[in-house]
Design a protein around this ligand. Structure first.
Ligand SMILES: C[S@@+](CC[C@H](N)C(=O)[O-])C[C@H]1O[C@@H](n2cnc3c(N)ncnc32)[C@H](O)[C@@H]1O
Length: 561
């Protein structure tokens, strides 16, 4: 329970970071998609989205604000004693100024925690604070097993009891669906729409893909960089400091990735700074240096069920001789079955190379999902928590409620490497998949063939740019799966779906804010555009795919009214 005094709290919008969600997502562009993926190693699907937290203010409370005096707004640099009330979007702690109720968001503040915070950024209706000192700890405190947990940009809630993490995620989804989606709390309850979140049974070592970055100066927690001239001992290989593309926290072990992947990370950490090897980290400011990223992907040998690993070195130029000593060292690890080198000569921080070279054995690894085998290449999308993807796809299968007589048509939008559609294909007439990344489309076609599935067609196209011809390549679907990345669906696609009127839509989302917005459009229409909604939200199931991180997945079932 918060110890915040309740007197004098002003009635103001407690959700200012949700403002202007109605801004349509930007059109896809390859560079923008990949730039964010590299800045955020844990967020495969965190692309160009206009992050709800950074939207400009178009608050319904604007009139109210006009009346507020200057003293209402905390000043930049001001230090305040605060209590975190709950976790909000992106896992930030929500706090309010005691005597005014002004909303403040603080990274890594956890519910119940009393702390001193300094105002760092002001938005129109809320401000961001940085935690200076914890005065009394949060509720549900647990020891974090990882030594980097307090500073790493990956995990943010490792020292919050897992049950409390999922409770907070569920609450966040509910609030978004009510506030942004405009569904009433009563409806969510009485029609049993909102299901309790499905927790993840495996809370550590669940990620099958991690991307580490090389940096020329290791980031020291607290934000201080050593000022001496950097030398090899200052080089870092690890994860980005929260919010910084140019600062890398050196990491020797990550509790989210598999143990074999940690063996590889350690082997590389043990040797890459050796001056005899002549290896240098790429400096994102001076654009000098060779090693950019180390991507580790863990799959499974389909015959033995044992883990198999892909190691992907992303470098600024093609110099295989420089990588040779690292390759020799890691091929001694039995789980390593693939070593590739993506060469990315651009000044950007992306991990997708213009050219890819296979340095050891093969260029793909395999994984099994719902009884099908998938080949995964270095840059193709694959659900990053395989264990929980089984659960997620199970829910999708239940919601699809297929007749099983091979009569139905499934349209799989944002299909990636085709995994969802392919897991349904054997029970339907035909699956049509749409996806923007050409490599994912070729992987999807290969995956269909490998699993002897001949009733699936995958088409490359940008779903943010559909025109009147969209839909001419496939018959009217019975079931639509839509699994966009964080920006959600473009208005063009929403309009198309409302016109098409397929009997059922299964909306899979990794961003509950844009999910709630799109549900509102599909169910209630878009008043300002004179568009009527025609779907009914039947069920909404949050799923925790990423323990210790703020990410939340939701599966929603919509039926034509
Ligand atoms: C969250 S992933 C889902 C992938 C797949 N459904 C799965 O479960 O593996 C979203 C996919 O949408 C694709 N994508 C992003 N923007 C797109 C666009 N404008 N048009 C088509 N596909 C897009 C991404 O490349 C990515 O493969």
């Amino acid at each position: 329970m918060t110890t915040m005094p309740s007197h004098g709290l002003r009635c103001l919008n407690s959700y200012p970071w949700l403002q202007n969600l109605r801004r349509p997502p930007p059109s896809y562009s390859r560079s923008s998609l990949s730039s964010l993926s590299s800045s955020s190693p844990l967020e495969d699907s965190e692309e160009t989205q206009s992050d709800a937290a950074t939207y400009p203010n178009t608050n319904s409370n604007t009139n109210n604000n006009k009346k507020k005096t200057d003293s209402y707004f905390p000043k930049r640099g001001q230090t305040l004693e605060l209590v975190c009330e709950s976790l909000a979007f992106k896992g930030k702690g929500l706090c309010k100024v005691a005597d005014t109720g002004f909303v403040l968001m603080c990274d890594r503040a956890l519910p119940g925690e009393r702390f001193l915070g300094r105002v760092t950024r002001k938005k129109d209706n809320y401000a961001e604070v940085t935690k200076l000192k914890t005065l009394s700890p949060h509720w549900d405190f647990v020891e974090a097993p990882c030594e980097y947990a307090l500073h790493c940009g990956g995990c943010k809630t490792q020292n919050l009891l897992y049950e409390a993490q999922v409770r907070a995620k569920e609450q966040q989804v509910r609030e978004l669906v009510v506030r942004v989606g405009k569904f009433s709390d009563k409806d969510l309850e009485s029609f049993d729409i909102m299901k309790p979140i499905v927790p993840c049974d495996i809370q550590f070592h669940y990620r099958n893909k991690m991307e580490f970055s090389f940096g020329s100066k290791t980031w020291v927690p607290g934000g201080l960089l050593k000022d001496k001239q950097s030398d090899a001992s200052d080089y870092a290989l690890g994860l980005h400091a929260p919010g910084f593309f140019d600062k890398v926290l050196n990491v020797n072990k990550c509790f989210l990735q598999s143990e074999p992947a940690n063996k590889v990370l350690k082997a590389i950490q043990d040797c890459w700074r050796d001056p005899k090897l002549g290896l240098s980290p790429y400096d994102v400011r001076s654009h000098v240096g060779f090693l950019k990223h180390l991507m580790l992907r863990t799959g499974r040998d389909v015959n033995t069920g044992l883990p198999e690993l892909m190691v992907n070195f992303v470098t600024s130029s093609h110099k295989p001789e420089l990588l040779k000593p690292l390759v020799e060292k890691i091929t001694a690890i039995p789980e390593v079955v693939s070593i590739v080198n993506n060469v990315n000569t651009s000044v950007g921080n992306t991990s997708v190379g213009e050219d890819e070279y296979t340095l050891y054995e093969k260029s793909t690894i395999t994984e099994v999902l719902r009884g099908l085998t998938f080949e995964i290449s270095a840059n193709s999308f694959f659900q990053t928590n395989t264990h929980q993807a089984e659960v997620l796809y199970g829910i999708i299968g239940d919601y699809a409620d297929l007749k099983g007589d091979g009569s139905e048509i499934v349209l799989d939008l944002f299909c990636g490497t085709g995994t969802i559609g392919l897991t349904l294909a054997r029970r339907v007439k035909h699956v049509y998949g749409y996806e923007v990344v050409p490599q994912a489309i070729s992987d999807a076609c290969r995956n269909a063939k490998m699993n002897n599935i001949h009733n699936a067609t995958f088409i490359q196209g940008d779903l943010n740019k559909i025109d009147v011809d969209f839909g001419k390549d496939f018959p009217k679907p019975d079931i639509i799966i839509s699994d966009p990345n964080r920006p959600g669906m473009h208005m063009k696609l929403i309009k198309y779906l409302l016109k098409l009127q397929a009997p059922r839509i299964i909306y899979v989302s990794c961003n509950p804010a844009t999910c709630a917005r799109d549900l509102d459009y599909l169910c209630h229409g878009v008043v300002e555009k004179n568009i009527e909604g025609c779907y009914k939200l039947k069920s909404l199931q949050p799923v925790d795919m990423f323990p210790h991180t703020p990410h939340i997945e939701c599966v929603c079932l919509l039926e034509l009214q």
